[in-house]
Design a protein around this ligand. Structure first.
Ligand SMILES: [Zn+2]
Length: 134
């Protein structure tokens, strides 16, 4: 696979295989909301729509969610993730918030998305709940 020897798209100084790749393949679970958030950014970059769907909180899985996510992943070229802040979302928390800026290119233009995402535990695992875009 193309990303095996590359740095992980999430911006950590790790190879994909030892970073978000572990979560995408199901070998590990996100310990924190921030880790899940990073892995979802990487999943968008790699167009892993099933992973994005599975890590969306069941209450937020609309019937067209996969189509929406696939369309978004297709349109954008994800360039860089900056995590600005994380509140709660640790091993013993049930909820968490992560503020980030995603840098991407769309139709030849450089863009940024500034979002505060909310995460909740479901069945013991972190899931994306919703987000406020700035
Ligand atoms: Zn990663």
């Amino acid at each position: 696979m193309l990303f095996q020897t590359r740095k992980c798209p999430c911006g950590r100084e790790n190879d994909y295989e030892t970073c978000c790749g572990l979560l995408h393949s199901g070998k590990a679970r996100a310990a924190t909301a921030e880790q899940l958030m990073r892995s979802r950014y990487s999943a968008y970059a790699l167009k892993l729509i099933d992973y994005l769907y599975d890590t969306t909180h069941p209450d937020k899985r609309t019937s067209d969610l996969k189509l929406q996510m696939a369309a978004w992943a297709e349109r954008a070229e994800f360039l860089k993730l900056e995590v600005l802040a994380a509140r709660q979302g640790r091993a013993k928390d049930k909820v968490g918030k992560v503020e980030f800026i995603a840098h991407y290119r769309q139709y030849g233009e450089m863009k940024q998305m500034h979002e505060v995402s909310r995460f909740r535990r479901f069945d013991g695992s972190w899931h994306y709940f919703d987000g406020e875009i700035d």
